[in-house]
Write a protein that binds this ligand. Structure first.
Ligand SMILES: [Zn+2]
Length: 326
């Protein structure tokens, strides 16, 4: 195996990306998500199970659960049953999404944060069974800024298309820090839970903040999905500091492209997007070439990380957490 794209969304059965994976020695971790504009979770799972069956060495996935009905008498039982079923079906673990904190409200009209005690049985079940959770909680800090003040175009594009989630427009919603604090509270309360903070744990704007959590919570890991541009931006300011971050935390960082196999015109376009990002990211982390990014102006130098660090970030860490044989 050459590398694992450990955060993507394989939402179609199309073959081109799978053939690319075989050709390139790559594997995928598909992250099912309780997201309004994706297919329902059962349909997402059925797609990924078909892919996993056809390409057993190339596919692992994280299942998820519905937030709908949260707070009702039957929600906990139903959700735990659903999680057990998903794990029995072959999921490596479970994803929890930002709808905790940004969408679900309780009877009193308060947002339900991720550290709500009614979620404890879920975290306890995962911890007791040694199953990993991946959490996308909160959003990049840019989400709380007006579009013109955001640091990268990808955030500008996403939040101009998804104004429901553009928190600058919703000052009555929980603050950036409230989401981070709630997630950290979960980590404090469930120290044995293996938790992958997706998207650099929503601390993408400052790797020092990521480092603080990696130091404080031994079972916290983080993935790079869709946030490499924020790392690159920081490496313009201080490349050596960024480089040392990856060397120091080489056992805790996981690569993922966050490609969403959805809404592409052809299956070859999906495959090319994967291939483009894999090559580009490998170049950034593994060479000292001067590069530019789609998301901001200016150039920067690749981190030229030692081969053993690349091996861990692109293969070993994901293999350990998501259960690939390598
Ligand atoms: Zn994602």
């Amino acid at each position: 195996m050459k590398f694992i794209d450990a955060h993507c969304h394989l939402n179609s059965r199309s073959k081109a990306k799978m053939e690319l994976a075989l050709e390139r020695g790559a594997a995928f971790v598909s992250i099912n998500t309780d997201i309004p504009f994706f297919e329902p979770l059962a349909a997402q799972e059925s797609v990924v199970l078909d892919l996993k069956q056809a390409y057993p060495d190339q596919v692992r996935y994280m299942g998820s659960f519905e937030s709908k009905g949260f707070g009702s008498a039957s929600w906990q039982t139903k959700t735990l049953d659903r999680i057990k079923q998903t794990v029995d079906n072959g999921a490596s673990g479970i994803k929890i999404w930002k709808n905790f904190g940004m969408a679900i409200k309780d009877d009193t009209g308060q947002f339900v944060m991720v550290d709500d005690e009614r979620l404890d049985p879920v975290f306890d079940f995962m911890a007791q069974n040694g199953l990993p959770m991946i959490g996308h909680i909160g959003e990049p800090k840019n989400c709380w800024l007006p579009l013109e003040e955001m640091t990268v175009d990808s955030d500008r594009r996403y939040f101009s298309n998804h104004s429901d989630y553009h928190m600058y427009l919703h000052p009555e919603y929980p603050s950036y820090q409230a989401h981070i604090d709630a997630r950290d509270a979960v980590l404090s309360k469930h120290p044995s839970l293996i938790f992958v903070g997706a998207h650099l744990g929503s601390l993408e704007w400052n790797l020092d903040e990521v480092a603080l959590r990696l130091d404080k919570f031994p079972n916290f890991h983080t993935d790079l999905a869709e946030r490499v541009c924020h790392v690159q931006l920081q490496s313009i300011a201080d490349r050596e500091k960024v480089r040392q971050f990856f060397i120091k935390y080489q056992d805790r960082i996981i690569y993922g492209s966050d490609v969403i196999d959805f809404n592409y015109r052809t299956e070859h376009q999906v495959a090319s997007r994967f291939e483009f990002l894999w090559d580009y990211h490998l170049k950034y982390f593994g060479s000292s070439e001067i590069l530019t990014a789609e998301e901001f102006e200016g150039s920067f130098q690749g981190l030229d990380l030692p081969q053993e660090v690349i091996q861990k970030i692109f293969i070993t860490n994901a293999a350990n957490i998501y259960g690939f044989k390598i």
